[in-house]
Design a protein around this ligand. Structure first.
Ligand SMILES: Cc1cc2nc3c(=O)[nH]c(=O)nc-3n(C[C@H](O)[C@H](O)[C@H](O)COP(=O)(O)OP(=O)(O)OC[C@H]3O[C@@H](n4cnc5c(N)ncnc54)[C@H](O)[C@@H]3O)c2cc1C
Ligand code: FES
Length: 264
């Protein structure tokens, strides 16, 4: 395990949409060890309010030096984060958890909704960087176009030419939910692996389609997290057969095989 506590330095803070920010930090120890699907716990303030670190997925690493996070302002911690300027130091723990498993996959579909898109960019880059990359389809969903910011272009720029969009309000791409795009884009003749991250109902829809079609599915789950390092047991989720002991998203995940967890 290569996780560490590191004092990152903010290189860039970009506002991509009204409440969406992309933060680039110099954090070489974390950058050089991170895998797609892993996350960091961010201490948003050195004071005691908020006391707890906030979990954020690694959006990408840049070389072995920088870590990028993509986040939406949800409450106090992320609001404080959004106001921090370049040069500011930020304490991070990471990289944490288990990432996606790409070994031996021939055709991969990434399905991201909202901020669940954050870890999928790192994953797409890793997939497309291979000498002979597997077939890769990217499906991105958001409530409206502005929530996507530059993400569709960012995916295209790294070679994800089969990137398709769905918006709840129909302002871009398919008018409806991103999971509805699966049947039309995942044709026969491939053994598909679907990797998904986003709101729970969206992932539940993706998982049920994968089950019906016999596609392998990996899910990146989000729960409330107090410690991120398997100490508080606050991120417990039930196993698929509801037998104990519970799984812990910070240690056993955040990426799981869909069939490992209960979809209640
Ligand atoms: C492994 C993991 C990776 C994540 N990656 C990202 C990411 O890349 N980008 C991103 O924008 N967000 C991500 N999140 C969610 C992010 O951690 C929360 O939005 C953040 O902690 C909210 O903190 P806050 O202080 O701003 O809001 P708070 O004041 O703590 O809460 C505001 C609202 O957000 C909800 N919330 C708080 N924590 C979480 C949580 N952990 N998961 C879901 N909802 C929460 C609360 O219920 C409340 O409704 C991730 C969560 C996990 C567990
Ligand atoms: S967040 Fe504390 S055990 Fe997982």
């Amino acid at each position: 395990m290569n996780q560490c506590e590191e004092q990152g330095e903010i290189v860039r803070q970009e506002q991509l949409a009204p409440e969406i920010f992309r933060l680039t930090l110099k954090a070489p120890q974390i950058a050089s060890n991170a895998r797609p699907g892993q996350f960091v716990m961010v201490q948003t303030t050195p004071c005691y309010d908020p006391l707890l670190r906030r979990p954020l997925s690694i959006h990408q690493t840049i070389g072995n030096e920088q870590v990028q996070l993509l986040y939406k302002v949800a409450g106090k911690g992320t609001r404080i984060l959004a106001a921090l300027p370049p040069g500011q130091k930020l304490n991070l723990t990471g990289p944490l958890g288990h990432g996606f498993d790409l070994a031996g996959k021939q055709a991969i579909c990434l399905v991201g909704g909202g901020m669940g898109i954050a870890p999928l960019y790192f994953l797409a880059r890793e997939i497309l960087r291979a000498t002979t990359p597997p077939k890769c389809i990217v499906l991105l969903g958001a409530r409206t176009t502005s929530e996507l910011g530059s993400l569709p272009r960012d995916f295209m720029d790294i070679g994800a030419t089969e990137t398709h969009i769905a918006t709840d309000d129909g302002s871009l791409g398919h008018h409806g939910f991103v999971a509805e795009l699966l049947p039309q884009h995942l044709g026969p003749g491939h053994q598909w692996t679907v990797c998904t991250c986003g709101p729970h109902p969206m992932m539940k829809g993706v998982v049920s389609q994968c089950r019906a079609q016999g596609w392998e599915c990996q899910v990146s789950l989000e729960t409330m997290m107090a410690c991120g390092i398997s100490a508080c047991l606050g991120c417990a989720i039930p196993r698929a057969d509801l037998s104990g002991p519970y799984l812990h998203v910070c240690k056993d995940g955040p990426v799981f095989k869909a069939e490992e967890v209960a979809w209640l």
